[in-house]
Ligand binder design. Structure first.
Ligand code: THU
Length: 163
């Protein structure tokens, strides 16, 4: 028998002032995007901003639906839009911010499982990591070096017989 520990490095910042200019700008773009969330059911507004290798920034916000599962998270709105507008251009960094109309969000909201799986597809296809930055209304800022770090043992196309 063998036991393996699978862990990852999470960098925690106390303030945006500790971040690089491009990280700050991307978080700011996500915060602006979150204002356009359509979240009348949860009152939880999420913004996402993706920085592409060509320097473009593509944003998204969560879009809810009266038929709840038909809605989409901010991350996938942004990343799918990036794929549609700039096919084949690598995603370098994803910033995600969140706030609630009902309570103070002071812990960064991490992408849900479906978003992790969707974004992992892009990361594997482009063969380079996507840095993830997470920020709430208040509190620490989290940085992860890749989506693979927060989706260990991921399912991917290799299981389908692709090479
Ligand atoms: N949501 C996101 O947009 N991203 C996340 O990472 C977590 C959750 C949205 C989905 C739904 O509109 C609302 O937040 C509450 O779950």
């Amino acid at each position: 028998m063998e036991k393996k520990q699978i862990g990852f490095e999470l960098t925690i910042f106390e303030s945006v002032n500790e971040l690089s200019q491009s990280e700050q700008e991307l978080l700011h773009a996500a915060e602006q995007a979150q204002e356009n969330a359509y979240a009348p059911y949860s009152n939880f507004q999420v913004g996402a901003a993706v920085l592409l290798e060509n320097g473009e920034v593509v944003i998204g916000s969560n879009q809810e639906n009266a038929s709840y599962p038909s809605g989409l998270c901010a991350e996938r709105v942004a990343v799918f839009q990036a794929g549609a507008r700039y096919p084949g251009v690598a995603l370098k960094m994803l910033a995600v911010t969140a706030k609630s109309k009902d309570h103070l969000v002071d812990v960064p909201a991490a992408p849900c499982g479906n978003c992790r799986q969707s974004i992992m597809e892009y990361e594997q296809h482009q063969k380079s990591p996507i840095v993830i930055m997470l920020k709430a209304e208040k509190g620490p800022i989290y940085k992860c070096s890749s989506m693979a770090d927060i989706l260990p043992l991921a399912f991917n196309s290799s299981f389908l017989g692709d090479s």
